[in-house]
Design a protein around this ligand. Structure first.
Ligand SMILES: [Ca+2]
Length: 267
C-alpha cells in the first residue's frame, strides 16, 4: 500500500472512531437534556449495600446491617434532581382531586419549594403516574445517590454537616427548600439524597433481600408488609442518611418525614 493510501485509510479509521465517540457524547448530552428536572443515569454496574456492622445503642431495635455489599447492573434511567415539592403536588391535587396530605396546612412545612410530606406510598405512586413517571426502585435510588465508587454519602466519604444535608443533628427542625445543599449533591447531580425527607421507593422491604436479589435490575421482593424508604430526614439520625442505609415503613404510613422523588426508564 502506498503512503498516501495508508494515510487515507488511517484518516478514515480515525474519523470513524471519532464519530462513534462524538455520537456517544451527543447521545449522553441529549439524554441529559431530555428532562430538565431529571438526571440521566447511564446503564452499568454499581456496588449496592454496605458490609459494615454498625453498633450504636440507639439503633438496636433497627436494622444495623445494610449488606451484603453486592454488584448490581441497572439499565439506563432518569431520576428527579429534587424531591417532589408542595408546589408540584398542589397542581396534582388541583387537577385530580387527590386527597390532601395530613400536614398540608402546617406552616413549617407547606412552602412551595419545600418537599411534600405526609404522603402515603400509594399517593406517591399516583402522583408519579400523573406526571408520566414512576417511583424509583431501591437499587435505582441507591445508584443515583452514590454512583459506582462505593461512597458512603452522596458527596463522598466525609460525614454529613450543616452545609451538606438537613438531618436531625443539624437541628433545623423543619424541611428545607429542595436543592438547598449544593455541596450535598450526588455524583449524578441529585440533591437531598441525604436528609430533608425520606423517600418512598417502589420495592417491598425484606432485610434479607440482598442474599437472593437479582443481579440485573432488581425490583424488590414479590410482596411484603412494608415499603422501602431511603435517605434519612430532617428529623432522623444522620446515620440513616448514608447512601446504603435501608429503612422501611408500612405503605399506609403518613409521616412528616416522608416524601419522594420520581424516576423514569430510558427508552
Ligand atoms: Ca431526601
Amino acid at each position: 500500500m502506498c503512503v498516501a493510501k495508508r494515510r487515507n485509510v488511517l484518516f478514515l479509521l480515525f474519523a470513524f472512531v471519532a464519530g462513534i465517540f462524538c455520537s456517544r457524547g451527543l447521545f449522553a448530552a441529549e439524554e441529559s437534556e431530555k428532562y430538565p428536572d431529571m438526571v440521566y443515569v447511564p446503564a452499568g454496574e454499581f456496588y449496592m449495600g454496605e458490609d459494615k456492622y454498625y453498633d450504636y445503642i440507639f439503633m438496636l431495635s433497627y436494622n444495623i446491617y445494610d449488606g451484603p455489599e453486592h454488584v448490581v447492573y441497572l439499565d439506563a434511567y432518569y431520576i428527579d434532581k429534587y424531591e417532589v415539592t408542595n408546589e408540584q403536588y398542589a397542581k396534582f391535587i388541583e387537577e385530580t382531586g387527590h386527597r390532601v396530605p395530613y400536614s398540608w396546612y402546617d406552616g413549617r412545612f407547606n412552602q412551595p419549594k419545600q418537599p411534600v410530606i405526609g404522603v402515603r406510598w400509594e399517593d406517591a405512586v399516583a402522583y408519579a403516574e400523573w406526571v408520566g413517571k414512576r417511583l424509583p426502585t431501591e437499587a435505582e435510588w441507591e445508584k443515583a445517590a452514590r454512583g459506582a465508587d462505593r461512597r458512603l454519602w452522596p458527596w463522598g466519604n466525609e460525614i454529613f454537616d450543616a452545609e451538606r444535608s438537613n438531618v436531625w443533628e443539624v437541628k433545623l427542625k423543619q424541611t428545607t427548600p429542595v436543592g438547598s445543599y449544593e455541596k450535598g449533591k450526588s455524583p449524578y447531580g441529585c440533591y437531598d439524597m441525604a436528609g430533608n425527607v425520606w423517600e418512598w421507593c417502589s420495592d417491598w422491604y425484606d432485610q434479607n433481600y440482598y442474599y437472593y436479589s437479582s443481579r440485573n435490575n432488581p425490583k424488590g421482593p414479590e410482596t411484603g408488609m412494608q415499603k422501602v424508604i431511603r435517605g434519612g430526614s430532617w428529623h432522623y439520625f444522620g446515620h440513616f442518611a448514608r447512601c446504603a442505609a435501608r429503612y422501611r415503613v408500612p405503605p399506609f404510613g403518613e409521616s412528616m418525614q416522608i416524601g419522594f422523588r420520581c424516576a423514569k426508564s430510558a427508552e
